[in-house]
Design a binder for this molecule. Structure first.
Ligand SMILES: [Ca+2]
Ligand SMILES: [Ca+2]
Length: 119
């Protein structure tokens, strides 16, 4: 049986595109988990278990914002979390970033967005 998970929409570097990431940066990358009419990201995502990077399994979480914000102006509040860039495992040529986690009731979630790796 296939693993069931909720596919979530994410926006790496909310508000900017392309999603340029410098793997050598000592900073963090913001990733927004977007809400839909069926999915309340701030309420449903377990904010302690998120992993993000080249494969989605990288333990890179720095912190999640305590207050929700609507990053894509669709009227639904979204959850923004920050990940330590140097722990994300991105390399030159990578084109996709993957976020994995769980909901508070233990259903796996996964989301993908494009990245552009820069030096
Ligand atoms: Ca973006
Ligand atoms: Ca929104």
């Amino acid at each position: 049986m296939a693993t069931l998970f909720i596919e979530v929409e994410i926006d790496i570097k909310p508000g900017s595109y392309p999603n340029s990431i410098n793997p050598k940066s000592k900073g963090t990358v913001a990733v927004a988990i977007l809400s839909t009419p069926d999915f309340d990201a701030p309420g449903e995502v377990d904010k302690t278990l998120l992993t993000f990077g080249q494969t989605g399994d990288e333990v890179s979480l720095a912190f999640c914002n305590k207050s929700a914000e609507d990053v894509n102006a669709d009227g639904l509040l979204d959850q923004v979390c920050h990940f330590n860039t140097q722990d994300t495992g991105f390399h030159e040529g990578d084109t996709e970033g993957i976020l994995k986690g769980k909901t508070v009731d233990d259903t796996p979630i996964e989301g993908r967005d494009s990245v552009r790796i820069v030096n």
